[in-house]
Design a protein around this ligand. Structure first.
Ligand code: SF4
Length: 509
């Protein structure tokens, strides 16, 4: 799958998005891809200054990579695969930026790379298993002169144990230590065989000189890292460290640079994005930041995710009402419809407090779409608790939801909770929940037939005259148009039909 690469050299101006589109650098099928081919003619803002041979330093007797054996095509190349959430995706963009600045080139196959990196997720057991199975595939790669690195949540959680389980790994770095990545990579380059970045006690955010952007239409910006909440099932506080917010002036500077590059849509990211606490004397509140980002010339859409219900304050809805550029979509994870289960999850709100927040959002004059996350089968979740969750779905009528079976994670308090729900029962509840939600989404999307929405076009189908893009409410719209080129533009689309997961429509000229 081909991907688009955009570089954001701080203080320099790169090629604008429209210029890329004109040059045909944008491919329609970029969305949903992970590691892909970098297809970019942008020159580096720094000269190549690194030789892959330096990566193959001394190291331990048993696992020393053979010096100078990396085949010529693999020099200064890296392969980066990302697991997990949007924050991980964006971290990978920044990791790629760090490597590109050091003169590496990204390749789409691990076979073609000198440096193989996995940016991992440990939020669910399945994701962690997948990473270890992937690592297993590279058991022999080190002897081919390749360097294998593990980044992200699993790296933080497992730490140096990864070297025990996969001794062919050379780099283990948790996301809270990404600030140290350039230094760790320099250590590898200078011959260190095993390097780690596992500190959690950082008050810094991960900002890089260059961020590689994978998505040509939506630029992601992390504004707050880590989490100070303590949900009993969650590894994030242990793997990403305490909450730390990025300075508002630094965020706004990057947004201005993104606008200069041609981006008109930005998405502010954080595990609890609305807990943002500006560390500068300006003390900008999250709602003020949304407005300030929207006011940057060239910015037409501002998104944010993920919001924590407890920190979702009326001024956020007021900002959405006052500024149409702030997109009409809120992702507000509830996790369960039962207050008893919410307590066991240590979610800091009750069902009725959550519903008050929903009422606040629904009282806006704009039709703000609401999406959520739900975990089924949490220890102690009775059939009655589960039914409360189903009733919550009826009450809120979410526009979309991500649903998961509870999976116990190492070191989390919920591991010790009694009344574990059998796997088959979790699967049954998940299926019931998803069936119900599918009906709700079908009905909600169906009600939009006949309405017209602005869509930012981000995809072109192989089928003639078929395009796709997202509405302000983050609904995927597939539509027909006779236009020759629409990628990266905003168009009006009239809805002519719907599926549970998308709208179908036609371009209104
Ligand atoms: S709010 Fe809870 S679920 Fe979300 S990242 Fe923090 S601890 Fe995890």
């Amino acid at each position: 799958m081909r991907k688009f690469l955009n570089l954001l050299p701080i203080g320099k101006q790169g090629l604008g998005l429209q210029e890329f589109v004109k040059r045909g650098s944008v491919t329609a099928d970029f969305l949903g891809g992970k590691a892909g081919v970098v297809n970019c003619g942008v020159s580096m803002s720094k000269p190549f200054d690194f030789e892959i041979g330096k990566l193959t330093g001394p190291g331990s007797a048993s696992f020393r990579p053979p010096l100078g054996l990396a085949p010529a095509p693999e020099r200064r190349t890296f392969f980066l695969e990302t697991f997990g959430c949007q924050m991980n995706d964006h971290d990978s963009e920044k990791v790629a930026g760090v490597l590109l600045a050091r003169g590496y080139r990204q390749v789409d196959r691990p076979e073609a790379a000198g440096l193989i990196l996995y940016n991992t997720c440990s939020i669910r057991e399945k994701a962690a298993q997948k990473v270890f199975s992937r690592l297993g595939e590279y058991r022999t790669k080190q002897s081919e002169g390749k360097i294998i690195g593990v980044l992200g949540c699993l790296a933080q959680q497992e730490g140096e144990d990864i070297f025990e389980r996969a001794p062919w790994v050379s780099l283990v770095c948790g996301s809270a230590s990404y600030r140290r990545l350039p230094q760790l990579i320099a250590e590898l380059e200078s011959g260190n065989h095993r390097v780690t970045g596992l500190d959690l006690d950082t008050d810094e955010t991960f900002e890089t000189e260059i961020t590689r952007r994978d998505n040509p239409f939506r630029a992601y910006l992390t504004i707050i890292e880590g989490c100070d909440k303590a949900c009993s099932y969650c590894v994030v506080p242990y793997t990403r460290g305490p909450e730390r917010s990025r300075a508002s002036d630094s965020i706004l500077r990057e947004v201005r640079q993104l606008a200069d590059l041609g981006y008109s849509e930005v998405q502010l990211l954080g595990q609890t994005v609305n807990s943002y606490a500006d560390p500068t004397p300006r003390r900008m509140r999250f709602a003020e930041l949304l407005l300030a980002v929207a006011e940057v010339p060239g910015i037409r859409r501002v998104r944010f995710t993920t919001s924590h219900p407890s920190d979702f304050t009326p001024d956020i809805v007021e900002a959405m009402e006052a500024q149409p550029k702030v997109c009409e979509h809120v992702h507000l994870p509830v996790q369960s419809g039962s207050t008893k289960v919410l307590r066991a999850m240590q979610r800091t709100y009750t069902r009725s407090e959550y519903l008050e927040k929903i009422g606040m959002i629904r009282s806006a004059t704009r039709a703000i779409a609401i999406t959520t996350d739900i975990i089924v089968g949490f220890p102690g979740e009775s059939e009655a608790d589960f039914e409360e969750t189903l009733r919550l779905l009826d009450e809120v009528r979410y526009d979309s939801l991500f649903s998961f079976k509870y999976s116990p994670r190492p070191n989390t308090p919920s591991l010790k909770l009694p009344d574990v729900i059998p796997e088959e029962e979790k699967s049954r509840r998940l299926a019931v929940l998803q069936d119900k939600q599918r009906e709700i989404q079908s009905a909600r999307n169906g009600q939009l037939t006949g309405e017209t929405f602005e869509v930012l076009v981000s995809g072109k189908s192989r089928r003639e005259n078929q395009w796709s893009g997202y509405t302000s409410s983050n609904r995927l719209a597939n539509f027909t148009s006779q236009a020759k080129e629409l990628l990266g533009t905003y168009v009006q689309v009239r809805v002519t039909g719907a599926t549970p997961n998308s709208l179908v429509g036609e371009h209104v000229v």
